[in-house]
Design a protein around this ligand. Structure first.
Ligand SMILES: Cc1ncc(C[n+]2csc(CCOP(=O)(O)OP(=O)(O)O)c2C)c(N)n1
Ligand SMILES: [Mg+2]
Length: 324
């Protein structure tokens, strides 16, 4: 039985489908399709301004097959919270999803997100993290990695790309002690599916940050999205984690971490780190130190005694608060 036949025998719900105008190889489009496939038809989406909102709704068309509303760039958490309160008042069980880019989540929408989490709304917030403001022309965000080139962090005499570090949004979100917060990557579809399923089953605020490589903004060919995404995880630069009530409960182990240069050299945004500029080597060492730090604090290589659950995730309970 060929694979297409198998697929036809098991039709999946398609919440976001044909009719969008994303770039070839767009990680964000694929991730949004996977999330809505798993979340199912009984959902309503509040979607921040950004690439996803723009490319899925080229007027008069729409790629959405679920109720969907465009919020502002800065207020998605508040719009989702309002939707949830209204549905609750009507006695409906429809799950509210909030979608935002890294700019809409880490930066401008953070206040609305924090309020939504703190008030305990039953919303799954998904951040599609492509590490810059892509929709408006690749400006740096607080999610842009250190030393990456964007149109507002060009390498030059003053600095080697972005001066600052990537914000650790997961820790900040987890500090609200919400029931579930996790990172995933579009390079690991079954990991996305598992985490969305987990979040959908929880009656309370949940957060999923999905790493979504961007061929245009990062500077690589569109057929390399999965390869680039995998390398971010395999180097330790983007660890896949699960946190419950603020404590780490699961990590995806990496057996033999790859050097960060394997990941960086695939992308034009890090091209200056492979020049003969005297500062390049130092920045490479700095980025390697960041990956090594992740490997150490989350025990990604499984040096400490640990056990695995059936999905191969390491359960490293680190004293998460349980008060609900
Ligand atoms: C208040 C406000 N400021 C700025 C903008 C312009 N703007 C629209 S989308 C966007 C960037 C979106 O970046 P991100 O959230 O990372 O999503 P991406 O496009 O990268 O998926 C900006 C700056 C806006 N719409 N509203
Ligand atoms: Mg972005």
């Amino acid at each position: 039985m060929d694979i297409i036949h198998l697929r036809q025998k098991q039709p999946r719900f398609e919440g976001m489908t044909a009719g969008h105008r994303a770039c070839l190889g767009c990680g964000e489009a694929l991730a949004a399709r996977l999330v809505t496939e798993v979340a199912g038809p009984d959902v309503i989406v509040a979607n921040a301004t950004g690439c996803l909102e723009i490319f899925t709704t080229p007027w008069p068309e729409s790629a959405w097959r679920i109720p969907w509303a465009h919020s502002l760039f800065e207020n998605t958490g508040a719009v989702a919270a309002g939707m949830e309160a209204a549905l609750k008042a009507q006695g409906k069980s429809t799950k509210v999803l909030a979608f935002g880019g890294d700019g809409g989540t880490f930066d401008i929408g953070f206040q609305a997100l924090s309020g939504m989490l703190e008030r305990g709304h039953n919303v799954l917030y998904v951040c599609y993290d492509n590490e810059a403001y892509m929709n408006t022309g690749i400006q740096r965000s607080s999610s842009t990695p250190h030393a990456a080139m964007t149109t507002t962090s060009p390498p030059g005499a003053a600095r080697m790309g972005k001066r600052h570090l990537k914000k650790d949004i997961l820790s900040i979100v987890a500090a609200h002690h919400i029931p579930y917060a996790a990172t995933s990557s579009v390079a690991y579809p079954s990991d996305i599916r598992k985490k969305v399923r987990r979040a959908m089953a929880i009656d309370g605020p949940t957060f999923l940050q999905i790493h979504v490589p961007c061929p245009l903004g990062w500077g690589y060919d569109g057929d390399k999205t999965i390869e680039v995404g995998r390398l971010a995880v395999e180097t330790g630069l983007f660890p896949l984690l699960e946190l419950e009530r603020g404590g780490v409960t699961g990590v995806m182990p990496i057996r033999n971490p790859k050097p960060v240069s394997d990941y960086l050299k695939q992308q034009n945004r890090f091209r200056h780190l492979f020049s003969d500029d005297a500062r390049a080597q130092q920045e490479l060492l700095h980025l390697q130190a960041i990956a090594d730090h992740h490997i150490e604090i989350y025990d990604l290589t499984q040096q400490q005694a640990s056990r695995f659950d059936t999905d191969g995730m390491n359960i490293v309970r680190r004293g998460g608060l349980r008060y609900a």
